[in-house]
Design a protein around this ligand. Structure first.
Ligand code: 13P
Length: 344
């Protein structure tokens, strides 16, 4: 089916207390590994592309491939731009057909600057019906600034203000996780997460998922996390498998790429279990109300992807899209964005 709108699945995850899995992909092998795992586990999946890839990849061709693979896949695939720092990346992603974007804003920006830039990102993305996720506080990185993870935890009062002033769809609060951890040792501040979940009705996402203990991940889901991003564990498993393959002395590149695909698939399957994101695309469970999959949700195939009576629609820009599919909107997106840029 076409690339999916994340909102119906976020709403489903909220009702059923699971989290959508979000996994970084770079190429055919990593993409196929992630999608195969989602198909095996019968669940929607978020494929994330990290902003720096925009600088060295032919994103337009890669996203054509993703759309093509998603169109032949019977589980919903959401295409997410991960950690964008520039509005230009948001525009490029939307033109490529991304259905979800994440905006961190410039590194070191003040709260006010972050609010202003994020509002713009929301305005642009909502023109195309794409959702916006934004980080609050600062989620640190191993080898760069991980020691500062506890000092940068999101403040619940600011979270409420940030969500209200920007109109974002998903909030990624810093709660102590660190990007890039090889072991599940992050000190997660669940109390802060609980307060943030109480202070805003926004969907919540967890980043740096590789370093969070499984039982804490599940508590975080119980406290309100709807989407969880994991990458380092996938990469580490793929590397282990490649090393094993090389140690047998074979060294054939196609076999090595296959190890990458299988490494990603194995770990994504395992993480989807931890996130309780399994068997979601199963009509017998009465789930997937808005899914257009011919295989799993054929009875719902004619439902509009976005309609006025769905409570999770907050933006008036998105509201005005009712009864239009993503295809309709994306066909018009270049002129919408050109108008937006001209009028600002
Ligand atoms: P990890 O690599 O730590 O799992 O984090 C992934 C992530 O948060 C991507 O945005």
């Amino acid at each position: 089916m076409p690339l999916a709108d994340i909102r119906p699945y976020l709403e489903d995850s909220r009702r059923k207390k699971y989290a959508l899995g979000c996994f970084n992909v770079f190429d055919t092998e990593t993409l196929e590994g992630v999608i195969e795992a989602a198909v095996n586990k019968k669940t929607p999946v978020v494929c994330a592309i990290y902003e720096p890839q925009f600088k060295y990849s032919d994103m337009e061709s890669f996203t054509d491939l993703i759309k093509n693979i998603a169109s032949k896949t019977d589980v919903p695939v959401i295409l997410h731009l991960d950690h964008a720092t520039e509005l230009a990346s948001i525009i490029r992603a939307i033109k490529c057909g991304f259905t979800a974007v994440m905006f961190d804003g410039p590194v070191g920006a003040s709260f006010e600057e972050k609010v202003e830039k994020t509002k713009k990102a929301v305005e642009i993305a909502h023109l195309a019906g794409a959702t916006v996720e934004a980080e609050l506080g600062y989620i640190t990185r191993v080898g760069v600034d991980e020691k500062a993870s506890q000092e940068n935890i999101a403040d619940p009062k600011l979270a409420k203000e940030f969500v209200e002033r920007t109109g974002i769809d998903i909030l990624a609060p810093a709660i102590g996780s660190v990007h890039g951890m090889g072991e599940q040792k992050a000190a997660i501040n669940l109390e802060m997460l609980r307060q943030i979940a109480m202070s805003t009705n926004c969907y919540l996402s967890l980043h740096g998922g590789s370093g969070v203990d499984d039982s804490i991940v599940q508590q975080a889901i119980d406290f309100g996390i709807n989407k969880a991003s994991v990458y380092t564990r996938l990469s580490n498993r793929a590397i282990e498998r490649v090393k094993d393959s090389l140690s047998t002395g074979k060294g054939d590149i196609s076999a090595i790429l296959n190890e990458v695909r299988n490494g990603f698939r194995e770990v994504v399957e395992d993480r989807l279990e931890v996130l309780r994101s399994v068997n979601i695309c199963n009509p017998a469970n009465g789930t997937c109300h808005y899914c257009t999959s011919e295989k799993y949700c054929v009875s719902k195939a004619s439902s509009p992807l976005v309609s006025d009576n769905q409570p999770y629609i907050k933006s008036s820009a998105i509201g005005s899209m009712s009864n239009r599919t993503y295809e309709d909107v994306l066909n018009n997106v270049s002129s919408l964005i050109a108008d937006y840029v001209k009028n600002k």
